[in-house]
Write a protein that binds this ligand. Structure first.
Ligand code: GUN
Length: 286
């Protein structure tokens, strides 16, 4: 028996379709500025996908490339300039920044109403206070939308989030536990003892750890829902020299009730939620 595939492309397309009408009623279209520092190849692929999504939806986008060896003050002055520009309604600084650059300092410099990543302390703080009505981090919000779309009932269910990152694991845990979602959440991480036993008890597993094929079939309760947030580059002999692999082993499809694929799962949802946040931020400013 194979797991139902939770199709992020289809769910993301539905999110984007619902945005088109809202964009059409805005006095001026949204304008997303994406700042990318350095040459991280994966970041360049993600930023390209974000720009293409903007083009699809009629959202203006501006990309600002900064050299990896630029002074930190150049990143600071770029964000300050975008904050002050009334034509820019959304700002995103692609993570990771080159080592030595303080990501949190940059995140907190972004005007919270233009913070389409939802990483500013003010936006994350609202979520901690139990208010999920503000701008939410794109990947965790996309996972919640996928679960809803797939008809997964979270109320009273056991959810295990593997990973405690600022971008995914931590906000994901808060969203799953919030009133209305009502899951019972465990955050697992590199120091967790007997991860396999913990996962075997879970009705929902969100794997956001960044380790290829870490979650194996033996860890999964039959019928559980598994969401794979991992995007890992694995070297191989192909022309490209690598392939993408999730955090969840393909054999999990034999045990799980529902599973999101990599690629075609969480990735397109993250982009769709970024578009949604950009529209929302623009509405708030206009
Ligand atoms: N790097 C990986 N995911 C993200 C994201 O959602 N936002 C930003 N800014 N950088 C990322």
């Amino acid at each position: 028996m194979g797991a139902t595939r939770i199709d992020g492309n289809a769910c993301g397309a539905a999110v984007e379709a619902s945005l088109a009408e809202r964009i059409a009623t805005l006095p001026t279209p949204p304008h997303l500025a994406v700042v990318i520092v350095g040459n991280d190849p994966a970041s360049h692929v993600y930023v390209g996908a974000k720009e293409r999504a903007c083009a699809r939806l009629g959202i203006r986008s501006t990309r600002i490339d900064i050299d990896a060896d630029a002074d930190f003050s150049e990143v600071v002055s770029t964000v300050e300039r975008l904050n002050a520009d009334p034509e820019v309604t959304g700002i995103l600084v692609q993570s990771p920044l080159p080592s030595g650059m303080d990501e949190i300092a940059i995140t907190d410099l972004i005007d919270p109403v233009k913070d389409v990543d939802g990483f500013h302390a003010q936006n994350l703080g609202r979520l901690v206070q139990g208010d999920a009505s503000g701008i939410l981090p794109c990947t965790p919000a996309g996972v919640m939308r996928m679960l809803e779309w797939a008809g997964v009932d979270l109320s009273g269910k056991r959810a295990v989030v593997i990973g405690r990152s600022r971008i995914v694991g931590m906000p994901q845990s808060l969203l799953l536990a919030q009133k209305g979602a009502d899951a019972t959440v465990t955050i697992a991480h590199s120091r967790t003892e007997d991860m396999a036993a913990l996962c075997r008890e879970a009705d929902v597993i969100i794997a956001a750890v960044g380790r290829s094929n870490m979650v194996v079939a033996d860890w999964v309760k039959p019928g559980a829902t598994v969401i794979d947030v991992g995007v890992n580059r694995v070297d191989d002999d192909s022309e490209k020299g690598y392939h993408l692999s999730g955090d969840v082993h393909p054999d999990v499809a034999e045990v799980a009730g529902a599973l999101s694929p990599v690629p075609g799962g969480v990735g397109p949802m993250t982009i769709a939620m970024l578009m949604s946040n950009t529209v929302r931020a623009t509405e708030m400013q206009q």
